[in-house]
Write a protein that binds this ligand. Structure first.
Ligand code: GLA
Length: 400
C-alpha cells in the first residue's frame, strides 16, 4: 500500500512537472515549410538545398530560422515502434539532416499528427507520443508541427497536452506548432500548451477565392484575413495565432504577394515561407526580406492589428508597436485601383481590446512608407495616393 502510494505520488509529481518549454517564441517564429509548394514530394536533397538557399538569399540574415519538413517524410516504425524516415527519400537519416541544417546556423523542424495517421496517410503519433518525442529529441529537432487528421474520439486539448508533456520529458526544447485548424478554439486553451496554433483551414494559393476539395475547402489570403475576427486578444509573446504558412512566390501577382506579406506582418503571424527558395524572383526575395515589414511582425509587444475602417473594398489596419509607434496598413481588396484620401486628424484610432489610442490632433507622427523605404511626410497632412488593385500602402508611424 505504501509502495503504491509512493508510486502514485512520484507519478503525480512527474506529471505536475510537465509543462511547455517557455520562451522559445518571444516573437512570431520565422522559417520555411515544405507543404505549400512541394506537398508530399520531400527529400533530403530538397531540405539541404533549401537550407543553403535560405542563407544565400539573405533570408537567414532577415530573420528566417526554421526549416520545417511537413508531411510524408515518414517511413515505417521499427520493431520497437520507433519512427524512421522514408529510406529512399532520406537515405542519410534525420540526425544527419538536422546536423546539416544546424551547421548553417538554422533550426530544424518536423511534422507529425495527433491521430493514427497523418493527413497524407503516414504513421501518426497517437499512442506513440513519448516514443516519438524521444526520437525527435535524439535527432536534434527544434520545431514540431502537429496536425489533426484521423483523430476520431480524441479531444484536441488533451491530445496536444500529451504531446507537450512528451516533448518536455524528452528534454530538448522544441517549439510546438498546433495545427487543428481552429476547429476547437485553440486560442482559448492552447496558450500553456503550444507556441502557435493554426486558426483556420489551409491556405490556397490565391488572393481572393475558396477552393472546394469536396468535404473541405482551402482559402485565399482575404478569406483567411476575414476569419476568426475576435481572437487577437488571445495572441502574444510565446503564444501566437497562426493564419497558416505563406504562399508568396508561388504564383500570385507581385501586388498580391506584397499585400499578403503585409497583412501577415500586421497580424503578428508566424512568417513561414512556403515557396521554392532555390528559385526565387528578385521581387519575391525583396518581399520576403523587407526589413521594415519584418520588424513590424516581430515587434516586441506582439500585438495583432485591429481593423480601424472596414468598407467593402477598403480596410485600414492598425498595429500598436513598442515605444508608442504604430503601423498602419491601407488595403485595397478590389482588383481595381483605389484613390486614397485619408485625413489622419479626423481618424482617431482606438484599440478595442488593449489600452492603446492614437490621436492625430493631439500628436503628430512621421510616416515611413515601408515598401518604398521613404519618409512620406507627417500626419499633419491628409494622405493622398492611388493603391493598385489587390495591394496595400503600409506605413510605420513614429511619434515626434
Ligand atoms: C493539413 C495541414 C497542412 C499540411 C497537410 C499535410 O492539411 O493543415 O498544413 O500539413 O495537412 O498533409
Amino acid at each position: 500500500m505504501r509502495t503504491l502510494f509512493s508510486l502514485v505520488f512520484i507519478l503525480s509529481m512527474l506529471l505536475a512537472g510537465a509543462q511547455k518549454f517557455d520562451g522559445l517564441a518571444p516573437t512570431p517564429p520565422m522559417g520555411w515549410n515544405s507543404w505549400n509548394k512541394f506537398s508530399c514530394d520531400v527529400t533530403e536533397s530538397l531540405i539541404r538545398e533549401t537550407a543553403d538557399a535560405m542563407v544565400a538569399s539573405g533570408m537567414k540574415e532577415a530573420g528566417y530560422e526554421y526549416i520545417v519538413i511537413d508531411d510524408c517524410w515518414h517511413g515505417e516504425r521499427d520493431s520497437l515502434g520507433f519512427i524512421q524516415p522514408d529510406p529512399v527519400r532520406f537515405p542519410s537519416g534525420m540526425k544527419a539532416l538536422a546536423d546539416y541544417v544546424h551547421s548553417k546556423g538554422l533550426k530544424f523542424g518536423i511534422y507529425s499528427d495527433a491521430g493514427w495517421q497523418t493527413c497524407g496517410g503516414r504513421p501518426g503519433s497517437r499512442g506513440r507520443e513519448y516514443q516519438d518525442a524521444q526520437r525527435y529529441a535524439s535527432w536534434g529537432v527544434d520545431y514540431l508541427k502537429y496536425d489533426w487528421c484521423n483523430t476520431e474520439g480524441l479531444k484536441a486539448e488533451g491530445a496536444y497536452l500529451t504531446m507537450r508533456n512528451a516533448l518536455y520529458e524528452a528534454g530538448r526544447p522544441i517549439v510546438l506548432s498546433i495545427c487543428e485548424w481552429g476547429d476547437n478554439q485553440p486560442w482559448e486553451w492552447a496558450g500553456p500548451i503550444g507556441h502557435l496554433w493554426r486558426t483556420t483551414g489551409d491556405i490556397y494559393n490565391c488572393f481572393d477565392c475558396e477552393y472546394d476539395h469536396g468535404t473541405w475547402s482551402s482559402w485565399g489570403v482575404l478569406q483567411i484575413l476575414d476569419m476568426r475576427k475576435d481572437i487577437r486578444k488571445y495572441a502574444g509573446p510565446d503564444h501566437w495565432n497562426d493564419p497558416d504558412m505563406m504562399e508568396i512566390g508561388n504564383g500570385m501577382s507581385v501586388n498580391e504577394d506584397r499585400a499578403h506579406f503585409s497583412l501577415w506582418a500586421m497580424m503578428a503571424a508566424p512568417l513561414i515561407a512556403g515557396n521554392d527558395l532555390r528559385n526565387m524572383s528578385p521581387e519575391t526575395i525583396s518581399i520576403l526580406t523587407n526589413k521594415e515589414v519584418i520588424a513590424i511582425d516581430q515587434d516586441s509587444l506582439g500585438i495583432q492589428a485591429f481593423k480601424h475602417i472596414d468598407e467593402e473594398n477598403f480596410e485600414v489596419w492598425v498595429k500598436p508597436l513598442a515605444g508608442g509607434d504604430l503601423a498602419v496598413c491601407f488595403l485595397n481588396r478590389s482588383a481595381e485601383p483605389f484613390e486614397l484620401n485619408f485625413d489622419w486628424k479626423s481618424n482617431p484610432m482606438k484599440d478595442p481590446d488593449f489600452d492603446f489610442a492614437f490621436n492625430f490632433t493631439e500628436n503628430t507622427y512621421d510616416l515611413l512608407n515601408v515598401w518604398s523605404g521613404k519618409k512620406q511626410g507627417t500626419t499633419m497632412k491628409a494622405l493622398k495616393a492611388t493603391i493598385p488593385g489587390h495591394d496595400v500602402l503600409m506605413f510605420k508611424l513614429f511619434g515626434e
